[in-house]
Design a protein around this ligand. Structure first.
Ligand code: PAF
Length: 274
């Protein structure tokens, strides 16, 4: 806070990239994006216990602080905040004041991971108070998380401009994610089916196939590829069920391959064909 306050006294604009560490090129691209909109960039690394369910991967989530610090410095980050759980939750995770964002948290990821977005909103609000940035960058890969944070920032009037960074992909289309390293050598090439299915969903909807049929086909294709599917859907940008009119859409998938749960999405337009 002292460093950020000093920068602000000099009239500098401060950007912020919150992360859970184990950083890859996708995170580095968020630092670069923040850098384009700010004079100084702060990043945080904190594996947030309140956003993991009891049977999720909090304990085994990969922690690589030295590599993270080096990569952030190379990407142009000036300040790294790595709080302890005690610093973040002085009354403990159970005694913490909790955020609850209504509506957008109740579907898709929110329905499959109860409490997850409450934990995300809780920690992001705290990080925003601690860091006090002018601008903050989040990845589009976590499409619904971005919607939750947008809602919270607007509703609580955080004086912070939000930036959305593009999803970075491996050459074979797999979206970059810290969880990709859980995939076995045999699973890794099969994981590309998620992106291929998103492309097929876009093609299906954009060429006029009924949405229900496209979603059912996507679910069946993923299941045939060995995935356990949580959802494979096409939604309006606010995640409501879209009508038949042309306009923007997002295809979203969450599916498990072995022990690894992967999410991805693809934004596209249904063109006006009149
Ligand atoms: O996207 C993430 O890495 C986390 O959900 C975030 C935003 C850093 C909150 O812990």
């Amino acid at each position: 806070r002292a460093r950020v306050a000093a920068w602000k006294r000099e009239g500098l604009r401060v950007g912020f990239v919150p992360t859970m560490g184990n950083l890859h090129a996708g995170h580095h691209s968020l630092v670069k994006l923040a850098r384009e909109h700010a004079d100084k960039v702060v990043a945080s690394v904190f594996v947030n216990p309140t956003q993991f369910g009891p049977n999720e991967d909090f304990a085994r989530y990969p922690r690589t602080p030295e590599a993270d610090a080096a990569g952030l410095a190379d990407a142009g980050c000036e300040l790294l905040w790595m709080p302890t759980v005690d610093a973040m939750y002085p009354y403990g995770a159970n005694g913490a004041v909790h955020m609850r964002v209504p509506g957008v948290t109740e579907v898709l990821e929110g329905a499959h991971r109860p409490g997850h977005f409450d934990g995300v909103a809780t920690v992001v609000a705290r990080l925003f108070h601690q860091v006090q940035p002018d601008v903050a960058a989040f990845g589009r890969k976590d499409y619904q998380q971005l919607a939750v944070i947008r809602y919270m920032v607007r509703d609580l009037a955080f004086p912070i401009e939000l930036l959305a960074g593009e999803t970075l992909r491996e050459p074979d289309g797999l979206a970059m994610s810290s969880r990709n390293q859980y995939l076995s050598a045999e699973e890794r090439p099969r994981a590309t089916l998620i992106h291929r299915t998103l492309l097929a969903m876009r093609e299906g909807v954009a060429t006029g196939r009924p949405r229900a049929e496209v979603e059912a086909q996507a679910g069946a294709d993923l299941a045939a590829g060995g995935f356990e599917v949580d959802y494979a859907v096409v939604r309006a940008p606010d995640l409501s069920e879209p009508g038949d009119a042309p306009g923007p859409r997002v295809a979203l998938i969450a599916a498990r391959l072995g022990r690894t749960r992967l999410i991805d999405n693809l934004e596209f337009d249904v063109p006006f064909t009149g």
